[in-house]
Structures are given as structure tokens and as C-alpha cells.
Design a protein around this ligand. Structure first.
Ligand code: ADP
Ligand code: MG
Length: 523
């Protein structure tokens, strides 16, 4: 009996043990990184811990006795809270994600559990909520999902573009050859000319796809962005009289180490969109500046610290709502009517900028206009003067070995080369090329080598040819590359690169540039 009394009435030891326990609990609650909130059944806040203050920006004194609805962001449907309260009032634990508003009005996402606290009679008297700020995790998740999606579509797009390019080269080559044999301005001549412009449209499409596909970066050289933009402005302003073009260029702008054609394509795509957004006219401002980012940042994507060239293109057009803005970089997303938009423009912008290690920001308001900001890694190197001679069709007499795994390319390529006067040997794969070069290497002045081939790749073939003759002259040829392989092979000593599909003129110019150049002639 005496024992029982002892159990009911706590002894001094019991009490002090309990106090120690409470003090420990207080330490835990006050020091955890998760926000802990105690509210009454009406939702009035009775206690918050320091982590809550840190996450939301509200101090304890400001927030105590305020209603929890103060944190609402307006991002949830009323039914969301209804369901939450229903669950809590039944005495169950609620788990879920909130988008809440901080004191400074910015939003954060938290993962929360809310548990009812009951008195001895079983009535709910409080709710305790534990919340973890998961804004960063969610952003990373989203980033990863976006990256994976882009990568998958990029691979697909690259593959299609590669096959398509070969077809276009076949068509282009045959047209080029036929045109040479035809009387200018005859009906067939004009028809073929027309087909040639359609082929060009096709080339434009595959170019967009390739820009978007990963690793489509070919000829990296130092690029003066102001000059490039100025050229585009001249071109565009001539054709768009209703739009006023404004330039605000930083005269001391750093250069880019970039594929100039691709950067041009980025600008072109953004300009086209801006102009289409201003059908009644308006202002298109282009600004450049140097930007140094001191520490790595996590925006929707990873931004590395370093020097960047920033290009801002600002239009006063129709603008976009938020829903549109979220999707603009998705391939094939377009709000334009059939025939006007492909939805590939910005997807390709995204791909190209990413391949160059840069990033893009968009800011737009419906009815007020849009600002695109492009950041590209800068180089402090000066731009060397232009090199490539721009010759018209020039004939040659040398011997060329053409290596490609596509019969069609071999066929049309051989005929094009022969038309230009070159003695032409062909090989349908890398090992055949090596065999031919072993026996006839002395006669061969130049090798045109396809980069993407099954079994022995262009890169490997190049290495083997180089073993036979270290001074061999090779033009690398491809419509598509994986992981910037073209650049890498070029760095290993391959002389030039020609992008498929090419016409007679480009082919002849590249060949002459390589065969005529003394700098590469080490003998
Ligand atoms: P397309 O131009 O073929 O539609 P894009 O990828 O270039 O494809 O652009 C996708 C979408 O982004 C456009 O359809 C348009 O809704 C929107 N957009 C892009 N740039 C702008 C702009 N400057 N102003 C308004 N909307 C734009
Ligand atoms: Mg577009």
C-alpha cells in the first residue's frame, strides 16, 4: 500500500529527474535544424523554435499568437487545407508538402508532419508541426528530371538529324552536279534551284536539332560577340523596318571560346522570337557586359563561378505568362500556329548554351515584353584575324581519299570531287581506308574522313593513318558528333572540319584551303 502511495506522489528525485528530462528536451527542440511549431486548435501559434525563425525570417515575438495562416502562400487550393484540417481533427497525423511564404515574401517549400496533441481525456488541445525546408532538394530534383528529359530527347534528335543530314547531302550533291551540267535559267535549272532552297530549309532544321542534341559543338574559336551581334543587327534591322534596334555594347567585352555558327544560331532564334512577338513593331535592345560570378550558385541549374559574357536581348512584344515560360525550352513546344513555329528554336538555344558551359535566364510579363539573358564562359584571349580564304569554285588535280560508311555519300561525294577535278579513291570503312593508304599513300594528297562510323570510328582511323604518315592531311567530316569528339580529333592534329551536308562550293573551298596552306605542310 505504502508503495502505491509512493507511485502517485513524485519524490524529489523523480521531480528533478523530470526537470533534467525537460531541459534536455528543450535543448533538442531549440537546436534542431527542423522548424517546430506548436499551434492551438484554432491555428494560433503558441511556440516556434529558432530553426523556424531562421527559415521564415519571423522572430518569435512577432509570430507568437498570430494565426498559422500567416504563412500561406496562395499556392494551394482551399481544398488542400480543408483535407489537412479534416485529417487533423480526426486525430490523425498529417504528412505533406507546403509552399509557404517567408517574412520577406519569398516562397519556400517544406516537408511537414503535423501531429495532434491530446490531453488525458483524449481531447485534442494542440498540434505540433515539424517542418523541413526542402526548397533546394525539390529544385535539384526538378533540375535532374529536366536534364534527363533533355538528354533523352537530345540523343533522339541527334540520331535523326544525323541520318537526315546524310540524306540532305545526297540530295544537295546531286543538285550541285546537275546544276553544273544545265544551262542557267532553263526550266529544270530553276526547278533544281528551288529544290536547293528547300534543302537549305531542311539543313536549317537539322542544324536546330543538332544544336539541341548533346555534343554538337564543332569548331571552337575565339569569337568577338559585339561584332557578331552587330552583324546580326544589321541584317535583321534591314528586313524589319518597324522595329527599332538598340545596341548597348560593353567596348571592353571579353571574347568567347565558342562555335561561332552556333552562337549565331542562338542569337538568330532569340531575335526571330522577339520579332514575332512584336508584329506591330517595337524596340529590340541588345546589351552586352562582362560578369564575374564569385561562387557557385544553384539556380534552376548549376552555375559555376568564373568570368562570363552576358548578352541581354530585350523586346517590347507580347510577353508570356508563367505557364508558357515554364515550357519554352521544351523541344517542340510552341504557341504559334502550324507552319509558323517548330518549337525547336529555344530548345536549340538551351542545348547550345549548355554545351558551351553557359546558362540562360528569362524574364517576361504578359503584354509587356521579354528579356533573355545569356551567360557564356568568357575568355580573355584576343581574337586573331580571319584566316579562311573565300574562293569561288576552284578545280584541283590532286588525289583525294574519301572515307564514309554510307554508300550514298560515297557515291555523291566521289562525283562531286571528280567534278572538281580531283582523282578520287573511296573507302567504305576505316580499315579499308587504312589498307588503301598503306598501298597508295604516296599518291594520296588528302583524306576526307567521316567521323561517325561503325566499328572503327573516324577518330581511330585518323590515328592509324597518322601512324603511317605523321604529316597526313585530313579533313574531318560529319553532321553530328558525340561529346565534342570532333574538337578533340581536331586538337590531335586533324587539319579541318567540314559539316555535312556541304555543297560543291564549300567542299572546294575547304579542300583548297587545306591543300594550299603552307603552315600545315611540314615536309
Ligand atoms: P517557336 O518560335 O517555333 O514557337 P521557340 O522554341 O523559339 O519555338 O519558342 C517557343 C515559344 O516560346 C514560342 O512559341 C513562344 O510562345 C515563346 N516565346 C519565345 N520567345 C518569346 C518572346 N520573345 N516573346 C514572347 N514569347 C516568346
Ligand atoms: Mg522560335
Amino acid at each position: 500500500m505504502a508503495q502505491k502511495q509512493n507511485e502517485d506522489k513524485p519524490t524529489i528525485e523523480d521531480m528533478s529527474r523530470q526537470m533534467v528530462g525537460q531541459a534536455r528536451l528543450a535543448i533538442a527542440v531549440e537546436n534542431t535544424a527542423d522548424a517546430i511549431i506548436l499551434i492551438d486548435i484554432e491555428g494560433n501559434i503558441q511556440y516556434v523554435n529558432p530553426a523556424f525563425e531562421k527559415i521564415t525570417g519571423y522572430s518569435r515575438s512577432e509570430i507568437i499568437s498570430q494565426n498559422i495562416s500567416l504563412l500561406e502562400s496562395g499556392q494551394h487550393d482551399p481544398s488542400f487545407f480543408q483535407q489537412m484540417w479534416d485529417c487533423l481533427k480526426r486525430g490523425e497525423v498529417w504528412r505533406g508538402r507546403f509552399i509557404n511564404r517567408k517574412k520577406d515574401n519569398s516562397l519556400y517549400q517544406s516537408e511537414a508532419t503535423i501531429s495532434p496533441v491530446k490531453n488525458t481525456a483524449g481531447q485534442i488541445i494542440n498540434y505540433v508541426s515539424v517542418q523541413r525546408d526542402v526548397t533546394r532538394e525539390i529544385q535539384l530534383e526538378k533540375q535532374l528530371r529536366q536534364a534527363q528529359k533533355m538528354e533523352a530527347i537530345g540523343t533522339l534528335a541527334g540520331g535523326i538529324a544525323h541520318d537526315f543530314n546524310n540524306l540532305l547531302l545526297g540530295i544537295q550533291g546531286n543538285i550541285s552536279l546537275s546544276l553544273l551540267d544545265l544551262e542557267a535559267e532553263s526550266q529544270i535549272f530553276n526547278n533544281l534551284k528551288k529544290i536547293e532552297t528547300y534543302v537549305q530549309d531542311g539543313v536549317e532544321l537539322t542544324r536546330q536539332l543538332l544544336g539541341f542534341a548533346r555534343g554538337g559543338k564543332y569548331q571552337v574559336r575565339l569569337t568577338d560577340v559585339n561584332r557578331l551581334l552587330n552583324e546580326q543587327n544589321l541584317l535583321f534591322s534591314r528586313a524589319n523596318k518597324a522595329v527599332e534596334f538598340q545596341e548597348e555594347f560593353d567596348a571592353g567585352l571579353w571574347n568567347l571560346e565558342a562555335d561561332q555558327d552556333q552562337i549565331e544560331q542562338v542569337i538568330l532564334n532569340i531575335y526571330m522570337n522577339a520579332l514575332q512577338a512584336m508584329p506591330e513593331g517595337g524596340t529590340l535592345s541588345v546589351r552586352t557586359e562582362n560578369v564575374t560570378i564569385d561562387e557557385e550558385r544553384l539556380t534552376p541549374y548549376r552555375v559555376r563561378a568564373g568570368d562570363y559574357v552576358k548578352i541581354a536581348v530585350i523586346d517590347t512584344g507580347i510577353g508570356m505568362d508563367e505557364k508558357t515560360q515554364r515550357r519554352i525550352f521544351d523541344p517542340f513546344f510552341t504557341t504559334k500556329e502550324m507552319g509558323r513555329g517548330t518549337g525547336l528554336g529555344l530548345a536549340s538555344v538551351y542545348g547550345i548554351i549548355k554545351n558551351h558551359g553557359g546558362f540562360v535566364n528569362v524574364d517576361s510579363h504578359k503584354g509587356r515584353g521579354t528579356r533573355f539573358e545569356i551567360f557564356l564562359p568568357a575568355s580573355r584571349e584576343p581574337v586573331p584575324p580571319k584566316q579562311l580564304p573565300t574562293a569561288e569554285l576552284t578545280d584541283g588535280h590532286e588525289t583525294v581519299l574519301l572515307v564514309d560508311d554510307e554508300e550514298m555519300i560515297i557515291d555523291v561525294g566521289k562525283r562531286m570531287l571528280e567534278k572538281l577535278g580531283y582523282e578520287t579513291l573511296t573507302a567504305i570503312n576505316g580499315s579499308e581506308a587504312v589498307d588503301i593508304y598503306k598501298t597508295r599513300g604516296d599518291d594520296i594528297d588528302l583524306v576526307i574522313l567521316d567521323m561517325v562510323m561503325p566499328k572503327i570510328s573516324g577518330g581511330e582511323t585518323f590515328d592509324r593513318l597518322k601512324e603511317i604518315n605523321p604529316d597526313i592531311k585530313v579533313i574531318l567530316c560529319s553532321g553530328y558528333s558525340i561529346d565534342g569528339k570532333a574538337t578533340e580529333i581536331l586538337q590531335r592534329g586533324c587539319i579541318a572540319f567540314i559539316q555535312k551536308p556541304f555543297n560543291l562550293k564549300t567542299l572546294s573551298r575547304h579542300i583548297r584551303a587545306v591543300l594550299n596552306s603552307e603552315t600545315y605542310d611540314k615536309k
